[in-house]
Design a protein around this ligand. Structure first.
Ligand SMILES: Nc1ncnc2c1ncn2[C@@H]1O[C@H](COP(=O)(O)OP(=O)(O)OP(=O)(O)O)[C@@H](O)[C@H]1O
Ligand SMILES: [Mg+2]
Length: 262
């Protein structure tokens, strides 16, 4: 389990990690990373393929056991699933469940197998399907869904779990542009209105800047920069980390937009 540090509560910190490393053999996949995650903030993690983003999330979730370092939370959570939800990268949904049953799995940590889901569980499942535009698919077998519909089902499952902290690994990677925007707006709203903490891996740096409060940039297993996206994602950093030439442009009356030169 996590280590409890009650003083984090006063500082509105939902999770803090310190010198966290994960090694595969002698190779450090995650190399002494530290950070604090605050209540109500929407964080993004950006970085090249293989930089350690998924490994960081999975180490924080304790799916992967850290080789060294600490993960602190502000209180004792006997049931981790009441605190953290997780949308994995590229999840498979190959079993023959309906969408509604798959989303109901997000409520498994709450209800007893004997009594079954109560009206609150059922309502949260309906709300989550509504929020992800999956309500019309509720009776469909997940095996018949398209890639993006499956991804939205997994997001709905995490929303139904209704946890104060949500980890999402590339949650919009398979979505059409409309649903990408809808999901990111929804996550923004959840952070703002429900004071939940969202940590999302994103490759689209314009989405990072548009929707998230703070980006952590990873490179070779380390967090090499963090902070407000437009400041952090400057041309020098994008050149050194992502090996691309870039420029922020700001047309009249529009938000800054990152463009790439090639
Ligand atoms: N058990 C392991 N053994 C060897 N290498 C591993 C192991 N686990 C992860 N890696 C390597 O560690 C690196 C980081 O993997 P990770 O999945 O965290 O990358 P990522 O930043 O999420 O990349 P992507 O953008 O492609 O999803 C990769 O190069 C991966 O091949
Ligand atoms: Mg990954």
């Amino acid at each position: 389990m996590f280590k409890v540090k009650t003083e984090l509560l006063e500082r509105d910190i939902v999770m803090a990690f310190e010198d966290l490393s994960f090694k595969a053999g002698s190779k450090a996949i995650l190399n002494t990373v530290s950070h604090e995650l605050k209540k109500g903030r929407f964080y993004s993690i950006a970085g090249c393929n293989g930089s350690g983003k998924t490994t960081l999330l999975q180490t924080l979730l304790q799916i992967k056991k850290a080789s060294s370092g600490h993960i602190h939370v502000p209180d004792y959570y006997p049931n981790k699933a009441h605190y953290l939800s997780y949308v994995p990268q590229n999840t498979q949904l190959e079993f023959d469940f309906s969408v509604e049953e798959a989303v109901m799995m997000g409520r498994y940590p709450y209800y007893s197998g004997i009594t079954g889901p109560n009206s609150e569980d059922k309502q949260k499942v309906l709300d989550a399907m509504e929020m992800t535009d999956m309500i019309n698919f509720r009776k469909r077998s997940v095996t018949t869904l398209s890639g993006g519909e499956k991804q939205r089902t997994i997001i709905a499952r995490a929303l139904a779990q209704d946890t104060p902290v949500m980890f999402l690994d590339e949650p919009v990677s398979q979505l059409d542009v409309f649903h990408q925007i809808e999901v990111l707006k929804l996550l923004r709203q959840i952070a703002d209105q429900e004071n939940k903490t969202i940590i999302t891996v994103l490759h689209d740096l314009n989405q990072v800047a548009e929707f998230t409060d703070e980006v952590m940039v990873m490179d070779k297993g380390r967090i090499v920069a963090y902070g407000e996206p437009i400041e952090v994602l400057n041309p020098e950093l994008l050149k050194s980390v992502f090996k691309v030439d870039s420029e922020w442009i700001c047309a009249k009356d529009t938000k800054p937009h990152l463009i790439f030169h090639y």
